[in-house]
Design a protein. Sequence first.
Length: 184
Amino acid sequence: VLKVSADQKQLQNSDYLAQPKERRALIQDAAYRLERYRANGLERDTQRSQRSFELLQAINQNPPPQLDIPRPGLPEEGHESRTWQLGAGTRSDKAFAEYGLRMAYHDLNDNAYGFPLGAQIEILQLKVRQYEGNDWQVQQLDLATIRSLTPRTELLKPWSWQVTGGLERVLGKHGDENLVSRVN
């Protein structure tokens, strides 16, 4: 695909012509789509236009088979959005119970039904601790976490990214805990 996309003369190469007709059709189609993808947003280039035209002519003479792609499930049918959490522990010889609420449209750990692989959208995560003596404190408050971890291939090299923001209780240098804001 990469060779055919870069040089239309590869359409006449004996190795290419030795491929089955159906395989050549798929290679031509993928090469054309790759060429158009690479040209997106660039100024018109005569050589690139000529390559695209010759690939289209080859596709016209040997069209690829129709692909029967199953329709993915709807995101709202994938899973529940709310998760309740309960934990217990100790900190400086004081016992605590930790309660959490997490509102996630989709998490990397959730099943993939209805969602693209590598996508996460978390709207709210709240964790509060109740220490002995009914002493309550916010441990974590994430307003939003969005991740897009897109797989890379030889053909496509998309960016992976994430953004998150909220409050988190961290251990200070004097052993105290401070609620700090963070944006990532």
